[in-house]
Design a protein around this ligand. Structure first.
Ligand SMILES: NC(=O)c1ccc[n+]([C@@H]2O[C@H](COP(=O)([O-])OP(=O)(O)OC[C@H]3O[C@@H](n4cnc5c(N)ncnc54)[C@H](O)[C@@H]3O)[C@@H](O)[C@H]2O)c1
Length: 257
C-alpha cells in the first residue's frame, strides 16, 4: 500500500462501514467517513479522533460523489483505498414492490456502487485498492428481496469489471458478501419472530455475524498481504451460502396473523 494511506468509506457512519473505519484507523490509515447521515459521520469521526475526517455523501447522486472524491484528494490525498459500503434495502415481493421502492434500492446499492467505482477509478493512486460490500443476496435469492438481490448481483459483477479495467494500474478490486450481520440495517428484520432463528438454522456456524468480522476482511483485502488478490468475492457468513436463505415474508406474514 502507498504510504501514508488514505481511505474513503462510503456508508462509514454505521454498522459494517463504521467497523471498517475503526479497523483501518487502528492500522494507521487516515479514514474519511462519508455518509448521507452527516451528523452521524461527524460523531463517528470525532469518536475516532486523530486525523479522521467526516464528509456528507449521497452515493446515488453523481455530483455528490464527484465532489467528495475531488475534495478528499485535493485536501488529504493521495487516495489509496476505497470501501464501497453504503447500502439499504426495502423489502417487497416482485408483485407488490412499487417502482419508487425498486428505484431507491437500485439507486443506492447499484448506481451508488457504479458511481463510487467511477470516481474511485479517476482519483485512486496506481497500486491502490477498492473493496465493495456486496451481500450473500448477490448470489442467493431471498423472497421479498428482489431489488436488493438484483443490485447486489450487479455490485459483484461491477467488481469483476473494475478489476479487469484497473488491473493494468496495479489497482486491486474485490468484494465481500456478508450474511446476516448485526447492524442497524437488519435490526428491524431481526425483530420479526423466527427470522433470525431461521437464518441461524441455515448457517453451519450457528450464529449471525458481527460487523468487526467483516471489517477484518476489509482491512486484509486493502493491505499488501492481499497483493495478488483481485476480482474476487469472499463469502463471510458462517457458511450460510451452503444452505438456503430464510423466507423473510413468511415470518412477516406469520406476525400479521
Ligand atoms: N447487515 C447485514 O446483514 C448485511 C448483509 C449483507 C450485506 N450488507 C451490506 O453491508 C453494507 C453496510 O450495511 P450495514 O449493515 O452496515 O447497514 P447500516 O444501516 O448500519 O449502514 C449503512 C450506512 O449507509 C449509509 N447510507 C445509506 N444510504 C446512503 C447513501 N445514499 N449515500 C451514502 N450513505 C448512505 C447509512 O446512513 C448508514 O450509515 C450495505 O451495503 C449492506 O447492503 C449488510
Amino acid at each position: 500500500m502507498v504510504s501514508p494511506a488514505l481511505a474513503i468509506i462510503t456508508g462509514g457512519a454505521s454498522g459494517i462501514g463504521w467497523a471498517s473505519a475503526q479497523a483501518l484507523s487502528a492500522k494507521g490509515i487516515r479514514v474519511v467517513i462519508a455518509d448521507i447521515n452527516a451528523d452521524a459521520a461527524r460523531e463517528r469521526a470525532a469518536e475516532l479522533g486523530g486525523d479522521a475526517v467526516a464528509a456528507t455523501l449521497d452515493v446515488a447522486d453523481e455530483d455528490s460523489v464527484s465532489a467528495l472524491f475531488e475534495s478528499v484528494t485535493e485536501d488529504y490525498g493521495p487516495l489509496t483505498s476505497v470501501v464501497n459500503c453504503a447500502g439499504l434495502t426495502i423489502p417487497g415481493t416482485l408483485a407488490d414492490l412499487s417502482l419508487a421502492d425498486w428505484n431507491t434500492t437500485i439507486s443506492v446499492c447499484q448506481t451508488g456502487t457504479f458511481l463510487t467505482f467511477k470516481y474511485a477509478a479517476r482519483h485512486i493512486v496506481d497500486g491502490g485498492s477498492i473493496v465493495t460490500i456486496a451481500s450473500l443476496n448477490g448470489r442467493q435469492p431471498g423472497v421479498g428481496l428482489g431489488a436488493y438481490c438484483a443490485a447486489k448481483a450487479a455490485a459483484l459483477m461491477l467488481t469483476q469489471v473494475a478489476a479487469l479495467e484497473l488491473g493494468e494500474r496495479g489497482i486491486r478490486v474485490n468484494a465481500i458478501s456478508p450474511g446476516l450481520v448485526d447492524t442497524p440495517l437488519v435490526a428491524g428484520l431481526s425483530m420479526v419472530p423466527g427470522m433470525t432463528e431461521d437464518y441461524i438454522e441455515n448457517t453451519p456456524l450457528g450464529r449471525s455475524g458481527k460487523p468487526e468480522e467483516i471489517a477484518s476482511m476489509v482491512a486484509y483485502l486493502l493491505s499488501d498481504e492481499a497483493s495478488w488478490i483481485t476480482g474476487s468475492a469472499f463469502d463471510i457468513n458462517g457458511g450460510a451460502h451452503t444452505q438456503r436463505y430464510p423466507n423473510l415474508l413468511k415470518h412477516v406474514a406469520a406476525l400479521a396473523l
